[in-house]
Write a protein that binds this ligand. Structure first.
Ligand code: ARG
Length: 613
């Protein structure tokens, strides 16, 4: 209903300007406009919207706000556009203007959505067809090579994917970037270890698999910590790698490939598409970053390290905190790479991505890191005024007990085990339910449903909590068939789609089919449960705009859950299949639109729906 809200706001403002021309002129002189303060109604009985703009005018005009509201409403009466949208406004309380949309307007909106694959959600793509919209970068997932992808990376992957889907649906070109940790001093010890224990691996690509690689990392680290000769060799190896030695590069490439294959297994299971652009990509630009910062006078040498001191951020004892861009030994840091990445992503193509919104999805523990590099990038002048740099933080994943998520034996949980368990439990639940219902299904059906439900449950559980808070991982809760869960929503889609099918089926014969054809022309609604469902359905565009703006997927989840509940109330209290025409077709149309809305919403969460379950 964003389009209607925008139209109403314009009509209200015009009415205010006509009612109080001097006030409007004064506002304009101050570079402002009269603000109708339009908002959704605080309670359904107040209608659809309320406009509170009369209240702040009371003082400057020296009039009671109710009188001001009355004058605005009198002007609205002269606007035929307004009369088409709204019923007679009601002035309430100290001077609120309550607005209720005309029922035929609401029906028309429903009708328009029934034929619209976007369900009324506008695409932000430049309608003038002129300049191509600038891309949005979503930097997410981003595990580290030769280490296992952990639950923090899983959260980043699920949240980042959802945000990328929403932004893409809104018409933005989205760059889904996997900023993998594929560079840095740890490769010195990894390559040294590789050359010593598995020299043959340098000839065959498949000699090491990731299970080994993680243990391999641990061994290399242990040797590095104990053995000084090994340490020295590792440091030499870093230098060799950075100077492009072919054998070192080959070993590095092998380690990366092994990790990559393992990460890809997880991405495939979660249906995640990502473009890998790891830290190593920015290597050639690190020197430019330092030179640039030096040129703009930001760089300070402190104890041999080159750093930028942050403004407005101080550490212990009130000393300003530095972002170290080059260490005393000449090496670069995680922050240097992120500075190079910001610079590259904002720079115009072909030397950069030309992006205007950079979104980073990582745990909240990296908030200070991003605040620091964002500040340095701004002060270096790399960030155009209209560009947005956003860190999208999320909390920790905890076990049922509120402590760090661990296996029963106390080990860290491996992602594939976690996904396996979700699917296995979904399968056990399904088999139990099929037994109870005396249903017989093909094995392929059982596998398909269990996999879809299991993965959906993991994704939805993560997305439906406010990402900022820590999140308690519980298989029992996420797989429950009731409550704000994936199985509940998937089941709602199945049920509603089933009703719509039954009602719209050709098997119903002439009268029903004819009514179906005529449905779009003659939607007739009368019951409060119908209007409640319609109003809920029409919120979709506003909810998606909100997610796009605030980057909070849980808003979309809450909406889909609320919609399912409003639908259930409607379906429990109002006859649909047994109703007479034209109510029957109109109600079936609402069923269809509800199913389509849930499907679209779940799709934006990265969750495919099922026909049956
Ligand atoms: N590899 C990092 C980690 O595992 C996350 C990288 C996030 N992205 C970035 N541009 N810094 O913590």
């Amino acid at each position: 209903m964003l389009r209607i809200a925008n139209a109403l706001e314009a009509q209200l403002r015009a009415a205010m300007q006509r009612a109080f021309p001097e006030q409007a002129a004064a506002a304009q002189a101050a570079g402002q406009r009269l603000d109708p303060q339009l908002a959704p109604a605080s309670k359904p009985e107040f209608g659809d919207f309320q406009a509170n703009g009369a209240l702040p005018l009371a003082k400057p005009l020296g009039q009671p706000p109710r009188a001001i509201a009355t004058a605005i409403v009198a002007q609205l009466a002269h606007d035929p556009g307004f009369a088409e949208l709204c019923q007679e406004p009601v002035i309430a309380g100290p001077g609120f203007i309550n607005l209720t949309l005309r029922p035929e307007r609401l029906s028309a909106e429903v009708r328009a959505r029934l034929d619209d694959p976007r369900l009324g959600v506008p695409s932000a793509a430049d309608p003038s067809g002129g300049s191509q919209a600038s891309p949005v970068v979503v930097d997410f997932s981003s595990p580290n090579i030769a280490k296992e992808m952990h639950v923090g990376h899983l959260r980043s992957t699920i949240i980042g994917d959802c945000l990328a889907r929403v932004l893409a649906f809104r018409g933005h070109p989205v760059l889904r970037l996997n900023h993998v940790g594929d560079w840095g001093t740890q490769f010195g010890m990894l390559i040294t270890h590789l050359k010593q224990v598995a020299p043959q691996a340098l000839d065959t690509a498949d000699a090491v698999d990731l299970g080994d690689l993680v243990a391999f990392y641990r061994q290399a680290k242990a040797r590095f910590d104990e053995d000084e000769v090994f340490q020295a060799a590792s440091r030499d190896e870093v230098v060799r790698l950075q100077s492009g030695d072919p054998v070192s590069l080959k070993a590095w490439g092998l380690l990366c490939d092994q990790s990559r294959r393992e990460f890809q297994v997880i991405y495939d299971r979660l249906d995640i598409r990502l473009q890998e652009r790891g830290e190593s990509f920015y290597n050639p630009y690190l020197g430019d970053v330092v030179a640039d910062l030096d040129g703009s006078g930001l760089l300070v040498t402190d104890d041999g390290a080159r750093c930028v001191f942050l403004e407005g951020v101080s550490g212990k004892e009130g000393k300003p905190l530095p972002v170290i861009v080059q260490k005393r030994d000449g090496g670069f840091n995680y922050a240097t790479t992120d500075l190079a990445a910001i610079r590259y992503r904002l720079a115009a193509p072909p030397a950069g991505d030309g992006a205007r919104r950079l979104i980073y999805v990582t745990d909240a523990g990296q908030a200070a890191h991003f605040a620091g590099v964002f500040q340095v990038a701004r002060r270096a002048g790399w960030v155009p005024a209209e560009a947005q740099l956003e860190h999208v933080p999320f909390g920790l994943v905890q076990g049922d007990d509120g402590k760090k998520l661990k296996t029963r034996s106390g080990d860290t949980v491996r992602l594939r085990d976690l996904l396996d368990e979700a699917v296995e439990r979904a399968e056990a639940d399904l088999r139990r339910r099929l037994d109870d219902e005396g249903r017989h299904e093909e094995e392929a059906f059982i596998q398909h449903v269990s996999t879809t439900v299991g993965i959906a449950a993991v994704k939805y559980a993560d997305l439906s909590t406010n990402r900022i808070t820590n999140y308690q991982f519980s298989f029992d809760r996420m797989l429950a068939l009731s409550g704000n869960t994936a199985p509940y929503l998937l089941y709602a889609v199945v049920r509603i789609a089933g009703i719509a099918r039954k009602g719209g089926g050709a098997a119903e014969g002439g009268a029903a089919a004819a009514a179906q054809d005529g449905a779009d022309a003659g939607l007739v609604f009368s019951e409060p449960q119908e209007w409640a469902l319609i109003r809920e359905l029409l919120k979709l565009d506003a909810v998606i705009a909100e997610v796009e703006e605030e980057l909070l997927p849980n808003r979309l989840c809450s909406y889909l859950f609320e919609l399912s509940q409003v639908f259930n109330r409607f379906y429990d209290q109002v006859p649909v299949l047994k109703a007479d025409e034209p109510a029957r077709s109109s109600r079936l149309a609402l069923c269809r639109l509800t199913a389509a809305t849930l499907k679209l919403g779940l799709g934006l969460l990265g969750i495919p729906t099922l026909e049956r379950m």
